[in-house]
Design a protein around this ligand. Sequence first.
Ligand code: SAM
Ligand code: SF4
Length: 342
Amino acid sequence: MTNLTDITTKDIQVDSPITDRFGRVFNYLRIAVNEYCNLRCIYCMPEEGVPFQTRDRLLGRNEIFKIIKIMADLGVSKIRFTGGEPLIRKDLIDLIHFTSKKTNIDSIHLTTNGVLLPEYINRLVEIGLNGINISLDTLNKSKFKKITRREGLDKVLEGLHLAINSGIQSIKVNVVAMKDFNDDEISDFVELTKDNNITVRFIELMPFDSHQIWKTGKFFRSDQIVKYLKSHYEGLQSVTGSSTEHFIFDIKDYIGRVAVIPSYTRSLCGDCNRIRITADGKLLNCLYSQKETNIRDAIRTGMSDVEIKDLILFAMQKKLKDGWVAQNQGEDSRESMTQIGG
Ligand code: SAM
Ligand code: SF4
């Protein structure tokens, strides 16, 4: 049996790409590498956490290597490590190192709450991380504690600062925009882009929380956020961003950029290129999908790589037209974004 760590990029051949019935091509893998987190964001999990699964149910290091290798064979060229909080996972460095050195995936990203970033940023960049998304919903210490139920704003800001000086190619700050919580901080966040080559992205709140903050009137629609930005920044110029950045702007004399992500209103499904794997190894062909394909068990029951590839191709062929149709296909709503990775 081939040892995955012995594979070099010259051994790699790309099989047929991953597509669906609507002509979409999937080349971007988002993999949650754990469920656990050192924060308790109120829109994401209750104070006591969610019923975290035991470690044996989550993907192990070699299983993640295998999935990444198979996805790369199927033409995946971009990966994002997410969670839970991915920086809590001790072998995250090995996972990123493997992806960078042993596959032809050439765009490697991490989504983190940033609390542990000061410890890891330099090593991450050294081993080949290309981009980092830091989730930060407020620049105010007491509000940070209110939203995350923990301390840590100083560490996140230190991590952001170190990332800016690290030479990493892409830095994005993800702000979940909420009425009566941080809508008064929109301009403060925009100002971070004045002298820094970063993108600040305002994201719609989504209904993935057992705490149901969703029902408290905090939802701030993307078109309203865009309206706010347009009325406050005269030199706002639309530019092209990634496929999920529906509204992305340059501001005259600002080095960075600002984007608005309609993650709830879902105007972007037609351009979706994402495959999601949960921390326990289930493939989701849509963030809102109620159906899963168990890749972990496929590996554990000894399926061959060819059979696993067929399973992935089949699961993605079944992808529904958009997130609204997907959400309406079942009763359950997931308890927390930690199980999906955002
Ligand atoms: N812990 C890491 C972090 O916070 O960046 C990675 C995992 S977290 C689940 C990924 C992203 O999902 C974060 O940017 C977070 O703000 C977002 N998220 C979690 N629950 C959400 C919700 N109900 N609505 C919108 N975004 C949410
Ligand atoms: Fe943790 Fe990220 Fe969820 Fe916040 S959003 S509780 S940081 S997983």
